[in-house]
Design a protein around this ligand. Structure first.
Ligand SMILES: [Zn+2]
Length: 340
């Protein structure tokens, strides 16, 4: 189903920075209207009042949104700045441009009658056309006839953020997609932010980074390939660390399937691996080998979260093991000093 820009009404910041690039989003560009009823007179006691009905028509909210970008530098409510790595107020900073006076006002027409007749349908058709013409005129002015519109924002701490929109017009219907942005989409992703706080090896953080980057570009299967690699690396690492205690020689271990390997390592793996009883790995593999892109995108957040939980648990386990070893050596020192 095609996304509509109006789906982002109330959170356009999300579209501008969090939404994947290169996806065409439909601009419905429907006029808005208001209805008023005015009582003119009461002709007689038995019939109702004589009223005048008035419809006033206004620009579509999309038109209003982009118009605001052309003429004002409004403060946004708070949003996440990846460069501050926290939520901060934003101000819109796209250079102001001069737009036609006629375009600045929002009301575009009104229709009044004592009896609203079918005539109003014709009038509304002309309003639809007018809104489309106004949108076209605005976009042409704002993009200098290139269809490309860079939007600039500044966070409270002075970081500059930018997103580049491209408008298309097919048979009179407008759509918009993002063709670039800084910082990149994945840096706005909550699970990416969490991975920045993890103390993990460069190799793993690079694979996580690639998974996030692919996900942000809507490449689901590709992203899951990297999550599966992390899972496999953690299994192998656990085996290498504990092989002396495991009583399973390398050749024997390598011959086992993943479920068998999980059984061997059960006591040494983060508990979330056992929680998912091998299902996590089989799902990772299924997504990589069998499932369509659409399913991969549907599952990716859950799969990523599972890997993140495992990585967090692994970090805690390592921390505990470090403390345990230090404590053993401290106790030994006390012990040998006492016996002197
Ligand atoms: Zn910032």
């Amino acid at each position: 189903m095609t996304k509509k820009l109006s789906d982002f009404q109330g959170d356009m910041f999300y579209f501008i920075f969090n939404f994947p690039q290169y996806i065409d989003v439909e601009i419905t560009n429907e006029y808005r209207h208001q209805f008023e009823k005015e009582v003119l007179e009461y002709p007689n006691e038995n019939s109702g009042p004589l009223t005048l009905d008035t419809y006033t028509y206004y620009d579509s909210w999309e038109l209003q949104f982009f118009k605001d970008k052309a003429v004002s530098h409004k403060f946004y409510e708070s949003a996440y700045c990846p460069l501050c790595r926290k939520t901060t107020p934003f101000v819109h900073k796209t250079p102001k441009i001069n737009i036609d006076k006629n375009l600045i006002q929002n009301s575009i027409g009104s229709y009044s009658d004592i009896n609203i007749t079918e005539e109003i349908e014709l009038y509304e058709e002309s309003m639809s056309q007018k809104v489309n013409e106004r949108f076209e005129a605005l976009i042409n002015t704002m993009t200098n006839n290139t269809s490309i519109l860079p939007l600039h924002y500044k966070c409270y701490n002075g970081h500059s953020l930018q997103s580049i929109l491209k408008f298309s017009n097919k048979g009179g219907k407008y759509s918009v997609s993002k063709i670039g942005q800084y910082p990149p989409v994945f840096e706005f992703d909550i699970s990416y932010r969490k991975s920045l706080d993890l103390k993990i090896e460069r190799k793993i953080s690079r694979e996580l980074y690639t998974a996030d980057k692919l996900k942000a570009d809507n490449i689901g299967v590709g992203a899951v390939v990297y999550l599966r690699r992390i899972f496999e690396a953690l299994m192998d690492e656990t085996y290498e660390t504990y092989k002396d205690e495991l009583n399973v020689v390398s050749e024997e271990y390598m011959k086992k399937d993943t479920k068998g390997k999980i059984d061997v390592l059960a006591n040494y793996l983060p508990s979330h691996v056992s929680d998912t009883k091998g299902f996590l790995y089989s799902l990772l593999s299924e997504v990589v080998h069998k499932l369509p892109e659409k399913k991969a995108l549907e599952y990716i957040d859950t799969l990523k979260d599972a890997i993140m939980i495992i990585l967090e648990q692994r970090e805690e386990m390592k921390e505990k093991e470090k403390r345990r070893k230090k404590n053993v050596s401290d106790m030994n020192v006390i012990h040998s000093n006492k016996s002197k």
